[in-house]
Design a binder for this molecule. Structure first.
Ligand SMILES: C[S@@+](CC[C@H](N)C(=O)[O-])C[C@H]1O[C@@H](n2cnc3c(N)ncnc32)[C@H](O)[C@@H]1O
Length: 335
């Protein structure tokens, strides 16, 4: 029996061994967030390989990703630029480069200049034609004071023609923040924000597609997949992390949907939306008038109150459960 028949599970083990049980061309999308070889304190592995060793290991798991992804499927690799350039030189021979997404994840500007303030997410297709959907995110607005809420971009004097929800997502992501507060994160050194994975899953897969993550950590990719009606397969080498994400996945019941459309939420508003779904979901929003000098410049689009309330109920039960879980996990793992 291959692991493709054991969907919606996090499998314990070394990804290079577990990949052997995944058939060729069977996965729709892989998101890989390996250790960055920066001496982070993981429980089961030492994050300090020799450079050559790390590069060889990277080639080995990247080749497995390429082997197992379907021809119209895609691969996303998250890492620091230093290692992504090696991934690029491997992947350019095996697959089709689509984008290098810069995730702006600023740190305090202290210490030294040219301090890393972004991570890269490589996006490769297996064939020239790859499944990909146009995505929108809400307009960025001035946050200096409560009343200052106007659009940050001037859109070359064409604010009256902007899309009421927000612009198309570019390859620079500045609207997704790292999880800083302890109460929102698990006891793991590198947990990614779920809304980042929701955007990637929405952009590259359809309902029912199979998403694989060979370095599952706290289960972010699988949680995003589950909330968005996709199937998942996860690999994780550490039993504590594997148990942690399995427990989180079991407790996850939230369907990230507006009407019939899958969307990504953040703090009770939509953060990621497929362009093609706008017509179907616009009835759920309070849309400010869209002409120059009037509402849209100063007023953000928001979900209608009743939608927001029902979402709040679903999310607050979830987040109090999540906080409780985090507290339990943190206590359990604090030895
Ligand atoms: C950067 S973290 C992933 C974090 C994850 N994206 C999240 O949001 O929680 C990398 C994870 O890969 C796991 N890992 C490291 N080497 C592995 C291997 N050879 N096979 C499977 N998992 C591995 C580590 O234990 C760690 O949890």
């Amino acid at each position: 029996m291959t692991l493709i028949n054991k969907l919606d599970m996090i499998h314990l083990g070394n990804c290079l061994d577990l990949f052997k049980d995944i058939p060729d061309n069977s996965i729709d999308m892989i998101f890989a967030d390996p250790p960055f070889n920066l001496k982070k304190k993981y429980r089961s592995i030492k994050d300090n390989m020799l450079e050559e060793e790390y590069k060889e290991w990277t080639v080995a798991w990247l080749s497995e990703c390429v082997r197992t992804i379907k021809p119209e499927g895609s691969l996303f690799v998250h890492n620091i630029p230093k290692w992504l350039v090696h991934c690029v030189s491997t992947l350019n021979d095996l697959a089709h480069f689509k984008h290098w997404i810069a995730w702006d994840a600023p740190t305090a500007p202290m210490g030294k200049s040219l301090q890393p303030a972004h991570y890269g997410i490589l996006f490769y297709g297996m064939e020239k034609k790859t499944k990909i959907y146009e995505m929108r995110y809400p307009h960025k607005r001035c946050r200096k004071t409560r009343s200052c809420n106007h659009l940050l971009k001037d859109y070359g004097g064409k604010k009256d023609t902007v899309h009421p929800f927000g612009p198309l997502v570019s390859d620079v992501w500045t609207d997704i923040h790292r999880i800083k507060h302890k109460k929102f994160r698990d006891n793991h050194p590198c947990q990614l924000p779920i809304h980042m994975l929701e955007r990637i899953v929405l952009a590259s897969t359809d309902e029912g597609d199979v998403v694989l993550d060979p370095f599952m950590g706290t289960g972010t990719t699988a949680l995003a997949a589950k909330r968005l009606g996709r199937r998942y397969i996860g690999f994780e080498i550490d039993p504590t992390y594997q148990e942690l994400c399995s427990r989180k996945l079991e407790a996850e019941t939230f369907e990230s949907k507006l009407g019939d459309a899958w969307v990504g939420f953040y703090r009770g508003e939509v953060l990621s939306l497929r362009n093609e779904d706008w017509e179907a979901v616009k009835e759920y929003f309070e849309i400010p008038a869209c002409s120059w000098g009037t509402a849209i410049d100063f007023k953000a689009i928001t979900l209608k109150k009743d939608i927001k309330n029902s979402l709040k109920d679903a999310m607050s039960t979830k987040s109090s459960k999540q906080r409780k879980n985090n507290e339990q996990n943190n206590t359990k793992n604090a030895v």
